[in-house]
Design a protein around this ligand. Structure first.
Ligand code: HEM
Ligand SMILES: *[C@@H]1O[C@H](CO)[C@@H](O)[C@H](O)[C@H]1NC(C)=O
Ligand SMILES: *[C@@H]1O[C@H](CO)[C@@H](O)[C@H](O)[C@H]1NC(C)=O
Length: 318
């Protein structure tokens, strides 16, 4: 009975989200035209993640970057052509990788149902699979996104910066129809993956004339980050894991924030509005509350649409 109630409430959340966005997406979009779409994507993600445990985090972040620029239209997947520099060659592309997983899924899909499944939908499904494979929740991905024809490196400055404060984060999310609740839940994606020193080094040395270290950061945590990011370090790939269990989708991210061990200013800043602080507390104490909110907000974020066509090759417009 209890499990029925839980299952039913998840179902109700899915329906509500799809309806309230009034989007053209639907859960049964490929039921007739490509019934194995989900299965094929999941297989490609699973094969890749099995060989390389950094794949799930990369796919989750890739979907976020896609949705925040021109909607979830696979603009992040396009290669630069001629003198047009694409998003993937713009600033903020640190950590973007694993594009081959989307190519693998697309290749398989084109052999089963050519010209049917958009690259934007593949990426949305792959992000879901990345969460599931990391031990997180699953959900049905509404589908029917179209792929866009434009990708500009210059537009990646529209992504939120890791140095953003809470009002800047709120603004960045609200411009895309996302609330403070969505901000706190989706930031929980930082339970997975890795960040380069450049994304947080402003907090650990020469922070301000008054303080070497960001006072919002635990001093011994700052010390351990300094060890990982030596001054004048030549190893451009040095960095730190996003949380203490970077391949497991859990709520440690929120617990660390409460200990002043958030990696980015933008993570730690979630404590700076009473509303967002309350949510951090709630998600830190309940993994179940976090995962429910995360699923709801992922569906919302991934329903920001924007494209026009079904690309044949995810790296190039038709
Ligand atoms: C709230 C605003 C956000 C900011 C400012 C932000 C910023 C960043 C930065 C700077 C990195 C590290 C890049 C690097 O140094 O290599 C990163 C990594 C990551 N972000 Fe975010 N992010 C935000 C929201 C999100 C959202 C909404 C998601 C997904 C739902 C997400 C998923 C990830 C993941 C999974 C990684 C690790 C990537 C990897 O290991 O390959 N982020 N983020
Ligand atoms: C990120 O941008 C740099 C500079 O344009 C480029 O050399 C690099 O290949 C890009 N990274 C990815 C993963 O595309
Ligand atoms: C956030 O930063 C902006 C831009 O620097 C500033 O105008 C604003 O007052 C800051 N807000 C908070 C809450 O710190």
């Amino acid at each position: 009975m209890a499990s029925f109630a839980v299952a039913f409430s998840h179902f109700a959340i899915l329906l509500l989200t799809a309806v309230s966005l009034g989007s053209s997406l639907s859960l049964d979009y490929y039921d007739k035209t490509c019934p194995s779409a989900d299965f094929i994507v999941t297989k490609a993600v699973r094969n890749a993640a099995y060989k390389d445990k950094t794949v799930p985090a990369a796919l989750l972040r890739m979907h976020f970057h896609d949705c925040f620029i021109r909607g979830c239209d696979a603009s992040v997947l396009l290669n630069s052509v001629g003198n047009n520099k694409a998003e993937k060659d713009g600033p903020a592309n640190l950590s973007l990788h694993s594009f081959f997983v989307i190519d693998d899924a697309k290749k398989e899909l084109e052999s089963y149902c050519p010209g049917v499944v958009s690259c934007a939908d593949i990426l949305a499904m792959a992000a879901r699979d990345a969460v599931v494979l990391s031990g997180g929740p699953t959900w049905d991905v509404p589908k029917g996104r179209k792929d866009g024809r434009t990708s500009k490196a210059s537009e990646t400055i529209q992504l939120p910066s890791p140095a953003f404060n809470i009002s800047q984060l709120q603004q960045s999310f609200s411009q895309r129809g996302l609330s403070l609740d969505d901000l706190v839940a989706l930031s929980g994606a930082h339970t997975l993956g890795f960040a380069h020193c450049s994304s947080f080094e402003g907090r650990i040395r020469n922070f301000s004339p008054a303080s070497n270290v960001d006072p919002a950061m635990n001093p011994s945590f700052a010390g351990s980050l300094r060890n990982m990011c030596p001054v004048n370090n030549k190893a451009k790939n040095a960095g730190a894991n996003m949380d203490t269990s970077p391949t497991t989708f859990d709520n440690n991210y929120y617990r660390l924030i409460l200990q002043k061990k958030g990696l980015f200013s933008a993570d730690q800043a979630l404590l700076n509005f009473p509303k967002t602080k309350n949510l951090v507390n709630e998600f830190a104490s309940s993994k179940e509350a976090f995962t429910r909110a995360f699923v709801n907000s992922m569906i919302k974020m991934s329903s920001i649409t924007g494209g026009q066509e079904i690309r044949k090759n995810c790296r190039a417009v038709n």
